[in-house]
Design a protein around this ligand. Sequence first.
Ligand code: SF4
Length: 400
Amino acid sequence: MQIDRIASKVMDGGRVDAAEALALYRQAPTHLLGHLADTIRARKHPGRVVTYIIDRNVNYTNICVARCNFCAFYRVVGAPDRYVLGFDEIYRKIDETISLGGNQLLLQGGHNPDLPIQWYEDLFRGVKARYPEFKLHALSPPEVLHIARINQLSVPVVIERLIAAGLDSIPGGGAEILVDRVRKLLNCYSKATSDEWLDVMAQAHRAGLRTTATMMYGTVETDEERIEHMLRLRDVQDETGGFTAFITWSYQPDHTEHGGHEATGVDYLRTLALARIVLDNFDNLQASWVTQGGKVGQLSLAFGANDMGSVMIEENVVRAAGASYCMDEVEIVNNVIDAGFTPKRRNMHYELLGDPVFLEKDVPRMLSLATARADGDHSVPDELRNYPARSRAGKQLRAQ
Ligand code: SF4
């Protein structure tokens, strides 16, 4: 039987092609997919260690001109509830993160036409001057492209300038599905085509940065297109070796223009397991418990995941679309231990940093989950007036 032959090939360490991946995805029983993925996970990570990172997801602005139809987070230029975080507000969030044992910001935001590259450079330099050891995992490929376009710079120059200012690594956001048919239907083709997204990552890898890769599934794509996405990532990884990890999550439909339904937990576990099988050159796969919940997140550890991602301090983008799962370090650690693994803290490079912080020192259980900016506060940060705006609304705001 074809599935048995492909399963044997995977167990022997063979690489599956598109047709074999599709046959497994469509026909293999879920327990077999889990077994194959768990076997590969155990080969790559034999010590039964499951890692996680304490970092903070900060969304510096919700103003976005891209207007992806699956996104519930963005606001148009001039919208009454738009915001840009002030530098002082971001420094305060870093102070809180450090107090919880964190060492990194995951900094992402909308495509704001009124933030020139100097704003990012000044922010990054300000962070590094205050917190020299603190890491900036910042600006997904479409944001890098947006900065390149509005400043009329090439992508390599933008990356070089951001590294000089303090950028440490790039998150894999904005990939959705790396197939242009899908991107056109989701209105995210113009923010970055599949080739452009992959090219920013390859350029970042060549400049010495490590990055992650993601996949948001469950909108309009076919099974074949999910697999094409994985194969395109695998090709870049063969060439550069720059991806540290792969993270997949299901589309969150609430409050979006696209609407529809969320994929099921079984779909998630099968997709995760297939990714572990197809992405044979990726070391790390994260469990997406933020969208799937702690219990499916825990099950992910038997379906190929070896990492629990971030301890939740703040998250705004998927929360805007209805996902509201939340786990602090104690809960993540309990889930990992209960699944039969040993939890360890890590950094973005997956280097182990030690045992859970709460075992070593007294830390607050969890900060109240603040929204990116408190409701009703639409004040303009002082330093924003130092940067020229491009949009009419931005110019009027600066003049006030
Ligand atoms: S997903 Fe990102 S780029 Fe797309 S509309 Fe939302 S904030 Fe903008």
